[in-house]
Design a protein around this ligand. Sequence first.
Ligand code: SF4
Ligand code: SF4
Length: 284
Amino acid sequence: MAAISCPMFMENTELSNNIKKYCGEAGADLVGFAPVERWDMDGVVPVDFRPQRLWEPARTVIVMGMGMPLPIVETTPSVLHMELYNTVNRRLDTLAYDTVRHLNRLGQAATFFSRDGYNSLKALRRWPGAAFGHVMAAKYAGLGTIGLSHCLLTPEYGPRVRFVSVFTEAVLPMASLPEKELCIKCGACARCCPKDALRVREDRLIGDYDKTACLEMAEELTKRRSYPCGICTKVCPVGADRKLYRQKGIVKKYLREREALAADPDHPDYRSWQHVRRYGAKEP
Ligand code: SF4
Ligand code: SF4
């Protein structure tokens, strides 16, 4: 097949159905369309980080998400979790690249931003963040709401999902934004954070976030080859994946974990997670 064929002009609904079908079949668990005007709507994202500043022809950002299976996330920090994280990242980048090519074949100009967008933690120390933020893109695509932990919470996976974004010149039917916040402000993410990087705020839902403390944790875990941390994503009670894995009441177990393991590293309640953590990682 030619890399770029003659433009096939489709009705937008037909095009959006085509894209959703393509992305779903290529492995996306979640797909949403964010019109670029949404970045200007609330002014949260600085101008230089908005889609049209990065690529002027952009009219819609297609955001795709892949879920992270809960039983692996629960072992964090572990080599198993690191491998999952890297696998999902690679799959997302491939998915974004393939979606751009698919759009090109349909006659639509498109480009993409890979998921993390930094090549080392040193780079993050110099410039915290990435050139483009997928969390806000996913929010504007109607895939969820931002929780206390600054993660995007989705009805399907809570925060246990990673995203990638494709920019296209196509104007696609916009998704409606969720009417209700998904975060229940339980504070589990803040209580379980090993670096105390999250703080509950009385005056608003989104907590204070100490980026440097979180980055220190990432640096420690990178040295042990067991990154990323992600404990705040593990403990969040939101998400239909809790039902799938029949985990009613599990948050109490998470809240006790640090203290229980400090007293007994072989505590029976956490034996399987500790087993996974011991193998393959460097000693702290
Ligand atoms: S990733 Fe870890 S260190 Fe960073 S905020 Fe979440 S729990 Fe805290
Ligand atoms: S753990 Fe609780 S407070 Fe934190 S993001 Fe999830 S629902 Fe909100």
